[in-house]
Structure formats: C-alpha cells, structure tokens
Design a protein around this ligand. Sequence first.
Ligand code: SIN
Length: 326
Amino acid sequence: MFKTVFKQYKVKSTSPDLSEVVSFDEIDDNPEKDSKAQRISFNNEDTNWSEFPGLKSPRAWRTFVLKSHPGLLVIRNPFTDHGQRYWIARCLRDYPRAPNIVNLNERLFDDSVRCDWWKELQECKDPSERHRIKAAMRWTTLGYHHDWDTKIYNEHSKSPFPEDLSRLCQLFSSYLGYQDFRSEAAIVNYYPLGSSLSGHTDHSEPNHLAPLFSFSFGQTAIFLIGGRTLEEKPTAIYLESGDVLVMSGESRLCYHAVPRIIQTTNMSTDSLPNESKLENFKFLDIDLFEQVADSNYWQPFCSYIADSRININVRQVLKPGDLKLN
Ligand code: SIN
C-alpha cells in the first residue's frame, strides 16, 4: 500500500491528483471541516522562548497533529524570513564542509569540491560544470555519521555537532516537553525538483524514545507518513518552507517518504532589517546572521532554493545516561 501511494505522487505527470494531501493552512482556515489533522495548543507560553533570533514568538506558533498517526506533529513555519535565510545558508555554505561527510563520489569530484562544495560551486564559471556540481549534492551528515550501508552508527565516525542546530533543537524539544533531548546526529538532505526519497524507517539509533526533529526549507515536499509496515496506507501532507516536523512516540519508527517536490515558494531577495542583541547568542554564526539580511549576500542562496528543497533531520543516538555507543 505504501509503495502504491508513493508511486501515485511520484508519477512523472505534471499534475498528479493532490486532493488527498493534508494542508495545515486549510485546516486553520476551516476548523469546522472534518479533516485528517487538527490544531493543538500548549500551555507553556510564559517561558521566555521568543528570545531566539530567527524565530517568531511561540505565541504565534501553530502546531498540528494527524488524527491517525499519533506522535507526529507539525509546527507550521515558526521561523522569520531572516531565520529561514540563516538556516538555508548554514545548510549550503557550512554544513557540507569537511569534516562532515557528503555524498559526492571521489571518482566524480575533486577533493576541493568534496571538502567545500558551496565555495567550489560559487567559484565555478563553466555553466555545465556548475550544473553538475549543484545537482550532485544530495546529503551531508553531522555528528554521528549515518552509515548508509550498515545502518549502524560507529563511535569512530563522528564530527562535532553544530552548536546552533543543537540549541535550536533544544528549544523545540523543551517546548514539546522533552527536556533531556540531545542532538547527536543529523542528515541534511538536498532535493532538486524531480528528486524523491523512498519509504524507510529511522531505526539505526539505539534510542527510539527520543523524538526526531525535521526542518524543511525552500520548495514544498509531499511527505508520506505510514505505519510500522509497508502494508499500511500512508497519509500525505505538505511540508512547506520553515515547517518543523516531529516524529515522536508511536510515529518515531513509522515508514515515511518524500515522493515529490513541488515548486511553490518564492523567497524575497530584498534586504531585511537586522536584528538587535545578537551578541547574546554566541552559539549562532552572528556574522552570517547579519550577512544574509543583505540582498547581495543572500542572492546565491536564494537562487539555489528557488528550485530545491533542503531538509535537516536531527536525532538523539544514545540512550539517556550513555556517553558513547556500546
Ligand atoms: C528523511 O526521512 O530522511 C527526510 C525526510 C524529509 O526530507 O522530509
């Protein structure tokens, strides 16, 4: 059943039937309508969370759950435009840099590209080579590196986990009541239009009780969430730029996939006003935060995201109290 639905959305046709795809904005506009999802609220608004640069105040966050998939939550774009720019630039300029691992094959790309993909892409003048370099980037891994073959994490294969991303996840995890979440591994996925990710479960982490945080930026994904087996029919939802999807509880080990990317999002190229008091947030790359507000600096990132999607998904690997893998 999962594979059949996946193929329905992945079909090459330019206009697949999207009438079943859950749109959270539509639910908000028509709360009375019988829908597969509903909005929920949290009673924790008195905490001083609005202090995080690039995020809207939690009072303005809108959180949704799917009635038939307990444990799956979507916080609908809690980021400001400035915040989205920052995380997009981090995913393009910084996260694919060594010692993080990228998918780029050593037989097809020089070390220079494999160690600093974005810099080489910006410096490349030949249009067809630029296209080749751009399209080839599909993932980078941070923290404990996911091993795509064995699916087993290894204590000897890890790079430092970015402090800014860890703090971001800490904030969302405390908002949802997971005070002890630790960001220990992430995969950043890059999706050019036309790409997809087939059905899988994320079960490599010894810790299945901690939630998984998944951030979407750029073009919209159709995301499928199914059950513990491929027999169950998945539900399709839209994940739009800025959305935060959380897989916790029962949904943590469920099949999921991205059969299609739809071009819907036009990010502004204008300069933005800068935020104040950034010096209190030393865990951010403050220079980058300021630079992305400038239209010239933002332009190459904006151009990349005009026909691509980026997803960052962050997991806790170790069980509570463990300091390393056994
Ligand atoms: C994943 O499951 O690894 C990525 C999901 C997504 O791109 O939203």
